[in-house]
Design a protein around this ligand. Sequence first.
Ligand code: PLP
Length: 473
Amino acid sequence: MKNDQRPLEPTAEEIREIANPIIDLLTEFLTNIDERPASANELTPELRAELAAPPPEGPGELEPLLDLTRRASEVAFETAGPSYLAYIPGGGIITAALADLLASGYNRYTGKVTPAPAFVALEASVLRWLCDLFEMPESSQALLTTGGSLANMTALAAARTKYADGRTGKAVVYVGEHGHGSLAKAARTIGVSRHHIRMIPSRPDLRIDLDRLRELVAADRAAGLIPIAVCAAAGTTNTGTIDLLPELADLATELEVWLHVDAAYGGFFQLTERGKKRLNGIERADSITLDPHKSLFLPFGTGALIVRDASDLRRAFTEEADYLQDLGENDELPDFDTLSPELSRDFRGLRLWLPLHLHGVGAFRAALDEKLDLAELAYQHLSADERLELPWEPDLSIIAFRLRDEDDEAQLELLRRINASQRVLISSTRIEGRIYLRLAILSVRTGQDRVREVLEIIGNSIPSRAAVSSAIS
Ligand SMILES: *Cc1c(COP(=O)(O)O)cnc(C)c1O
């Protein structure tokens, strides 16, 4: 029976008619993903015109609409596939996407406890698991955000409210030289002057230089400014390098500033034995940014923040609102709106809860262990190649390399040759003024076969020395 009178409320049969082809489409997408080109992202004018069409007044046909999404999805870096070793991958697991479908289908209101206490309890259980993973105290509180950038911003807002409430004009934020750009952006967004964002120089091993940090803070205090937060990395986006966390925790305590650890890339390696050892000290942070859409393999749009003391979040984000007065308060469960900049929000908890309970934590641990193994394999293989230079042994799963004794242009030419294979997409960066190529091994679907193939492609893409010099002259 067609529900023509109320088309926005399809009948049971119609729901299945719409849902099944969508599930079929996704299943086919995932089945063929290994063979898809790594970076076929050229948007043709024809497709662009097709996509620009405004919605019709009357109903459309499902099949051509789905087909259009399929064709659009193919104009992209294959961010879900095994070939994606650029920037910071993650891959995205399908069970999280299906959890999202459930979450928006139920459409419960989880910005506060009262409208859906059980779903808030479900999300709270995942948040407690996150806090426990990092050995945070009872007083701690985690939050799910849309990504690492918003987690960083939320953390800095809490630090500012704690140390410089009403005096943001004097607040100073310290970010490691290799820290992520979202930290400076977060500082500016909460009103910190761009002249009060200090870049902390690194040591040759790319970790924050503690003596320099101490000097910067002392100079700022002497000038009447208010140091609020030091942002460390675990690990950096360029090389996956983890700062000296125990030493930084000691120093932050001594200096009485907030220690924020940006672990958007590396945080979930805490699940592995090796990762936990390397991340030692992270449990002493005042706040930790995590990105489940990176190292927990969830779909984009999933970040997290852990704050050691929930009251710091409450002080920063609680506002009275008369129109919410009926909703009351709950001593056991968190009203997320009092802990974050958001009020209404999607029910993000299910996106973590379902995969974690369905696959078990061990499946994630094993996948992350595999990435560490693959990174080790790649590092050993590339370091054995005399034509390449790899100055930094990876702490986690990012490997930076460059052609020995060649200029930056030669590095970019090598990048183009590697990526031209369409079997892999890697990216480049600049470290200490020189261009490096980097392999970021973190996609859930990247396994040993693909990494071996990529290493072979890299080897075969290195021009012979004669060819390089003649190209330059
Ligand atoms: C990706 C990343 C961010 C930003 O996170 P988004 O989820 O992209 O907003 C911040 N810090 C580090 C170290 C990252 O790798």
